[in-house]
Design a protein around this ligand. Structure first.
Ligand SMILES: [Zn+2]
Length: 413
């Protein structure tokens, strides 16, 4: 009995240490730099406002990472384990949020006696119906119309609840039954989708919210959402944010996440990368655009892993990891020369993904502004956050410093 406990202790300690040591992470350095550079892609009508507030845009680039300590709903917004669902180009993952959630949400009924009955889709009839086998009778409803309406009204609004409940009569009505006619003590729904990450869907949501902020000419909100949008777009451009093997834990390459997205940019971005990426462009179809970014990231995944694997097998073993002083602490990290070798063998991949992030962020901001009717933005004077906003950030900071991340500590490992 002692071994598993010991193993658990070691694992926990390793996890804590990993989270602790890799505190400079596209983590902090990368996200800040990317957001900052995105400002320079903007057209004259926007750039004055963003330049005046460039420190804000830079500093708040990392708020979403801090928020992972405050709510368990945050972590999944930073990634999608797309390979959990199939293989490229992942036709089984609906690009539409409601459809994805609907497809992978389990809905069940507890009758007065006997086992739980589950709703299931009729795949023979091209998934056109949702069914419930009930006392020998098959209840049926059209999947894309009636069931979608039911799902949107009864289930989706509970997204942030801990437990999803389903009203028995509403479920009966879905199948054309009157109140009390369905033998149902209770009914429930369980989300089996979000835990594998939702970044492309969240990006679209953020795009709407940013557009709305421009429409309302709410300058504080525009800045805050712009900064946060930059964060999520940056994450979507990282290959290791699109896989279950997000830290190389399945291929004996633990630590590769921070190696690729933190250590490499930290060492080489300032001296070598060119972040002038041209002008922001209008995005016609934001959903398709964000999905493209995610899929492009995923297509680089094999190289990210393979190149490191080959290198680790050929590079002198005692020259791969070094100890460095950081903020008064000694941390174990990839040696500079090892990192340089990885960087070179990736032939500009990290820089290319950072550049693509910068361009995508500028384009997202620009698109939101255009879609909102190109409102005039104040070009002079820095935005003054309210007392409430300041308090919120202080609280975020406090939680991030003292707390344990809720959900997957995606970038900390
Ligand atoms: Zn993140």
């Amino acid at each position: 009995m002692k071994r598993p406990l010991l193993a658990a202790c070691i694992a926990l300690t390793a996890l804590l240490l990993a989270g602790f040591t890799a505190s400079v992470r596209w983590g902090f350095f990368g996200h800040r730099r990317i957001n900052r550079m995105a400002v320079f892609t903007l057209p004259p009508e926007m750039i004055g406002f963003y330049k005046k507030n460039i420190e804000f845009i830079t500093e708040h680039a990392v708020d979403p990472d801090k928020r992972r300590y405050a709510t368990r709903h945050e972590a999944v917004r930073h990634y999608i384990d797309i390979d959990h669902w199939g293989v490229y180009p992942f036709p089984e993952v609906p690009r539409d949020w409601t459809e994805a959630l609907m497809k992978f949400t389990e809905v069940g009924v507890l009758p007065s006696a006997g086992d739980t009955l589950r709703l299931y889709r009729d795949t023979v009839r091209e998934q056109a119906f949702i069914n419930l086998d009930y006392s020998g009778v098959k209840l049926s409803a059209p999947y894309q119309t009636a069931y979608r309406d039911f799902f949107e009204q009864q289930i989706r609004p509970q997204y942030y609840e801990d437990e999803w409940k389903v009203d028995c009569d509403a479920l009966g009505a879905l199948f054309g039954l009157g109140p009390g006619s369905l033998d149902c003590r209770s009914a429930y729904a369980v989300d089996h989708f979000s835990e594998y990450g939702i970044v492309p869907y969240h990006l679209l949501q953020m795009q709407y919210r940013l557009t709305e902020a421009f429409r309302e000419k709410d300058h504080g909100r525009i800045l805050r959402l712009s900064a946060e949008m930059g964060h999520y777009i940056g994450d979507a451009h990282v290959p290791l944010h699109t896989t279950e093997n997000y830290n190389g834990q399945m291929t004996n390459q633990v630590g590769i996440h921070a190696f690729w997205e933190s250590r490499i940019p930290e060492l080489f971005a300032d001296e070598q990368y060119d972040f002038f990426v041209g002008r922001a462009e209008y995005i016609d179809d934001p959903s398709a655009y964000f999905w493209e970014a995610v899929l492009a990231s995923h297509q680089l995944l094999d190289s990210v892993l393979m190149v490191e694997r080959e290198l680790s097998e050929t590079f002198p073993e005692d020259k791969q990891y070094c100890y460095e002083e950081r903020l008064g602490l000694t941390i174990r990290t990839q040696c500079r020369e090892y990192a340089r070798a990885y960087h070179q063998r990736l032939s500009g991949m990290v820089e290319a993904r950072m550049r693509a992030s910068v361009h995508a962020i500028g384009s997202s901001w620009y698109t939101a502004w255009v879609d909102a009717g190109q409102p005039a933005l104040p070009a002079f004077g820095e935005y003054e956050p309210s007392v409430a906003e300041r308090q919120e950030w202080e609280e975020l900071q406090r939680q991030a410093q003292g707390g344990q991340s809720k959900g997957r500590a995606h970038e900390n490992e």
